[in-house]
Ligand binder design. Sequence first.
Ligand code: ATP
Length: 218
Amino acid sequence: MQSLNPPIGLLGGTFDPIHFGHLRTALEIRNALNLAEVYLVPCYQPVHRKLPIATPEQRLAMVSCAVADEPLLKVEDCEIRRQRPSYTIETIEEFRKNKPRTPLCLIMGIDALLSFSSWHRWQDILKQCHLVIAHRPQYQIPHEGVIADLLKKCLTTDVNVIHETLGGHIILHPVTPLEISATDIRKQIATGHTPRYLLPEPVLEYIRNHGVYHITGI
Ligand code: ATP
């Protein structure tokens, strides 16, 4: 059988705004698993949480600013182009259609894995791609329940598996713990404090120049 292309990573998020926690995670996983590249996929409208403050266009622009000088990280705007609530399965199906011979690795934080079984068509997601879980020490891996059963069935420590198969496996990979959150960044801005050093300078410039979080003087 014809061999597969090198795998790629997809990291979806609200990115309201994007910060170094997202970027370091994407790059460390790209390097550790030898992925061809990682696509950052800002959602149009998250399904499981309240609406973002920044518009989809602003969040897309901030992600673009963040990765402009890093060729291993790319931006994918398919969820924003769809202009409706963002279901990951639709994004995975679009990538699968365009890249039929490329293993897809859906990257998520362990916090996201814990609610994975509530995602729309989650079993189909796992059929079409691998899950790469960015392990952060303060989160516990569940020992019972749907996610524990899923890990028992699909977890592997063999990185070659994601180069040799199109989907169906789960890898847990520790990443440098950077306890940065977009919520905290928004809080700092709302109280007039600069979020400097938590996110790339060009993203902060964009926030300032476009008054993204409705505050000046940060
Ligand atoms: P918010 O604080 O608004 O909930 P967030 O900072 O958690 O936002 P999201 O856009 O919701 O960011 O996260 C997108 C993805 O990045 C998720 O899979 C999440 O688990 C992961 N992630 C978020 N923050 C970090 C971080 N500091 N380190 C590693 N992964 C992260």
